[in-house]
Design a protein around this ligand. Structure first.
Ligand code: PNS
Length: 185
């Protein structure tokens, strides 16, 4: 399926596809800022939701995928897929030329630098491209959003409405049939 969309090499037109990977547990307005800007830089952006994140996610893979699909529905060149296994193998499989990552405060740098360096050694043809997060979201993180939501704070300034509702359901209406956090499925 990917082969039909992919470009012809050697100087002919080439579709610029990027992969934007992450845990997205949950997606924040910072993530959406990055994917929106990436969608203007690349012909197609695949948001890749990590299946086997070493972190124990609050939201299942399906929940994270659904939230992202809803949040990105207005971006016609953005698709959401599950990322299982090695990121660079996934990027190669879908014919992505770049990995997009958002860069927030200086504290992100070391981890991101390490990851980009490893990925480059594994697949030199897939470059990592950093987008500096909008200053409004420079200190925003999914973990902080979860913490605030868990303690009953209003997170609507930090996440899309659909995410705020899911957080509310997860933390405050678990008795109403919403599953509590589980190990990654
Ligand atoms: O949002 P996160 O948790 O910072 O995203 C981290 C993610 C999912 C991009 C990273 O863990 C990843 O690439 N996972 C896929 C497995 C892999 O390729 N690991 C080696 C990275 S050098």
């Amino acid at each position: 399926m990917w082969g039909t969309i992919l470009c012809v090499e050697n100087g002919r037109q080439r579709l610029r596809r990027a992969v934007y990977p992450g845990s997205f547990d949950p997606p924040t307005l910072g993530h959406l800022d990055v994917v929106t800007r990436a969608s203007k830089l690349f012909d197609e952006v695949i948001v890749a939701v990590a299946v086997n994140s070493q972190k124990r996610p609050l939201f299942t893979l399906q929940e994270r995928t659904e939230m992202l699909e809803q949040c990105c529905a207005h971006l016609s060149n953005v698709r959401v897929l599950a990322l299982e296994g090695l990121l660079v193998a996934f990027a190669q499989r879908i014919g992505a030329c770049a990995i997009v990552r958002g860069l927030r405060a200086v504290s992100d740098f070391e981890y991101e630098f390490q990851m980009a360096t490893m990925n480059r050694q594994l697949a030199p043809e897939v470059d990592t491209c950093f987008l500096m997060t909008h200053q409004q979201y420079a200190f925003l993180s999914s973990s902080m959003v979860k913490e605030v939501a868990r303690l009953g704070g209003d997170v609507r300034a930090f996440v899309p409405e659909v995410v705020a509702q899911r957080l509310d359901a997860k933390f405050h209406k678990t008795g109403a049939g919403i599953a509590p956090p589980t190990d990654e499925s």
